[in-house]
Design a protein around this ligand. Structure first.
Ligand code: MG
Length: 287
């Protein structure tokens, strides 16, 4: 009853049946010359260069209905691919990142769950705005799960039934606020501290979730350095385990985003820097 009262959820349950059944699709949200819409990104390079954006009607949770309108990707602006009701994040999910931030072994500091507010979300190429009082702001390039249907208490073996696809997230964090405040709401929840994108890759069946290279490159004063260079095989809790764990705590709604944790190599960003996260098969997210 609670679920059917939520906007869009009823339609979602009716349309989707079991599993995702989308095949391989890249779902984007775009600003185009006539307005805003969800669109399927087709063709072009893995990073989207030369692709076409085909507009779909309504929301992206059923089988997509094409409106017949399309634009070259160069003629539209990619927005955050989804506006989630909540962003649930797993912290301390890579042992080497636990060591670099907390100076303790992962054995003593197991993974944890925290929330980022929806107002933190921005899309590709949008600026991350750092208030003066939020000091030592670092990027955390991560793989993100996008939920496709309402669910609660999902068994890890059934994770594919509830996942729409994957995208990239930058879990921007003020380390100073994180330690000053004790809890992480301000440190990780400020406006623009949750860049998402570039699109949602729905190839849930074909992506090898336990072997995804995850990288982040920081450009500072014209010089680009690779800061994060890891792999999802280093996660302490795997993606199926994360879906089970997070859904044991919260009802998940279509569009909700789960950040799977940051690999090591996070570093400070200062105004004017450019940060680009990449997961092959998911594209690139730059801000
Ligand atoms: Mg993180």
């Amino acid at each position: 009853e609670i679920l059917s009262g939520l906007v869009g959820s009823e339609m979602c349950i009716r349309d989707r049946g079991n599993g995702v059944g989308y095949g391989n699709m890249r779902i984007a949200r775009i600003a185009h010359p006539e307005g805003m819409a969800f669109a399927i990104v087709e063709g072009g390079q893995p990073d989207g260069t030369g692709a076409t954006c085909r507009e779909i009607a309504g929301h992206p949770f059923g089988q997509p209905e094409f409106t017949g309108k399309s634009w070259p990707i160069e003629d539209v602006r990619l927005l955050a691919p989804i506006l989630p009701s909540k962003i649930i994040a797993v912290g301390r999910n890579y042992a080497d990142h636990v060591k670099e931030v907390f100076d303790k072994s992962a054995e003593h500091l197991p993974p944890t769950i925290f929330l980022k507010p929806p107002t933190a979300v921005v899309g590709p190429e949008a600026p991350i705005r750092i208030p003066e009082w939020a000091t030592r702001v670092e990027f955390e390039g991560e793989m993100a799960i996008v939920i496709g249907r309402p669910c609660k208490d999902v068994n890890r073996n059934n994770w594919k039934d509830v996942v729409l696809g994957f995208t990239i997230v930058n879990d921007v964090s003020s380390r100073d606020l994180q330690f000053q405040d004790g809890q992480w709401a301000r440190a990780k929840g400020l406006d623009s501290f949750c860049p998402l994108g570039p699109w949602i890759e729905t190839a849930v069946d074909s992506i090898d979730i336990d072997n995804q290279p995850i990288k982040a490159h920081l450009t500072h004063e014209g010089k680009t350095e690779t800061k994060q260079d890891s792999n999802s095989n280093q996660m302490i809790k795997s993606i199926p385990e994360i879906v089970e764990w997070v859904s044991s705590a919260f009802t998940l709604l279509p569009g909700d985003v789960i950040c799977t944790g940051s690999p090591p190599g996070t570093a400070e960003m200062v105004p004017g820097d450019r940060i680009e996260g990449g997961v092959p098969g998911l594209g690139k997210l730059a801000n």
